[in-house]
Design a protein around this ligand. Sequence first.
Ligand SMILES: [Mg+2]
Length: 161
Amino acid sequence: METGQLKLVVFDLDFTVWDAGGVWCDCLSPPFHRTGDRVFDANGDEVVIYSDIFKAFDFIDELGVPIAAASRTNQPEWARDLLSLHGLDDRFRWSEIYPSSKVAHFWELASASQASYSEMLFFDDEMRNIDEVGALGVHSIHVANGFRWDDFERGLAQVGV
Ligand SMILES: [Mg+2]
């Protein structure tokens, strides 16, 4: 496989990696728990990982490209708990999780990864983030209804993988 100029793939969390019961995860009620392979909050609302995420992460791993998270949630510890309960925490080399413009998250990711913005691919469901991060030169793909394989293919095509 040819990775071309791709050095880092970055994912938003809410409505990109997961559907937290139809709301942002900072609207849930901790503590969270895992039952079988499903994750719920204290009210029984389920946090579901979009199934194509696992397939995409495996594909990116095979390319030898690191994965990062960039989330603006107001409850970073809750988001980290949810990643951990889903067994996804060790899939992210870097996690920038805090309220701020995502420009700050990407500045940190560029510094940590030594990748330039044009060597990054980013997926997010909110156009304001796509616009801000895209303006940095990051290849930014808008995810309409949770991350799907065709979003991934659009992204890979854009970076020439
Ligand atoms: Mg989102």
